[in-house]
Design a protein. Structure first.
Length: 262
């Protein structure tokens, strides 16, 4: 998921001129993280389709406030939809209820169709909110904010290094694959291909270990002692309080829709 939640501020050719940071970028990162967590937990608890549609509209409002490129951001949300599409297509045939039609002897129910729409709305609303609230933060800022929220240091270190070096590992993989192609390797369903891919994985692990040792040595030379050195102080402002107040007001409205339309 890191490639979905990162680099969201880069513009595509179809996105038009690049815009400056929106109001969300000026908020305290801790407020943004807590808001994203509260938003995700609250939306997942909703069942009513009208309330979930309103939650998706709220996520789109956050997208507009963040001033992210809409085409690129929605494309990333569609990537997440690809993971759950197969499940959504099967739900009408696996949930019992009133049949709509029959396909190859399997009835599709209205209840299953409604459940698929419910899951789709929930997933899109939550992912879009995560991208706009958290995905626009720099990894270092995100790590510092999590540390300020009393997240265990080990988890913060793992998160920061994963975000930083997953792209490095991908580039290493592409270099090794290019070297295999230069040597005439053509993948197939044979033992030679299986062994070659096994060697590829093993070589990536060896190079990753070597790189991690060099990185650890470089960090120790720069005085790293196992603790995060905070380079910035976070302060909650009136804008942060106003954002939290408006967001929880929206939660109250969604809860009202959920209870009255049930």
């Amino acid at each position: 998921m890191t490639h979905i939640l990162s680099n969201t501020s880069a513009a595509l050719p179809g996105d038009g001129p690049r815009r400056g940071p929106g109001p969300i970028a000026a908020l305290d990162p801790r407020v943004r993280i807590l808001s994203a967590i509260a938003y995700g937990v609250f939306v997942v608890a909703l069942d009513n389709l009208v309330a979930l549609t309103a939650a998706l509209a709220l996520s789109l409002t956050l997208l507009a406030l963040s001033r992210l490129p809409p085409a690129r951001t929605l494309k990333r949300v569609a990537m997440v939809d690809g993971f759950i599409l197969f499940m959504l297509l099967l739900l009408p045939f696996t949930v019992p209820g009133d049949p709509i039609f029959t396909l190859w002897g399997y009835p599709a129910s209205w209840q299953g169709f409604a459940r698929a729409i419910q899951i789709g709305l929930t997933a899109n609303a939550v992912v879009l909110a995560l991208i706009t609230l958290v995905g626009t933060m720099e990894p270092v800022t995100l790590g510092h904010a999590l540390y300020r929220l009393k997240t265990p240091e080990t988890l913060v270190h793992l998160m920061m290094f994963t975000i930083r070096y997953v792209e490095v590992l991908r580039q290493e993989y592409l270099r090794l694959r290019a070297a295999m192609k230069v040597r005439g390797f053509r993948p197939g369903t044979n033992w030679h291909s299986y062994r070659s891919f096994g060697y590829l994985v093993g070589m990536m692990m060896v190079r990753a270990i070597e790189r991690s040792e060099r990185l650890l040595g470089a960090m120790k030379c720069r005085g790293f002692s196992g603790r995060i050195v905070l380079l910035q102080e976070f302060r909650c402002t009136r804008a942060d309080a106003l954002f939290a107040l408006v967001l929880f007001g929206a939660f109250a409205l969604l809860l009202t829709l959920e209870l009255t339309l049930r």
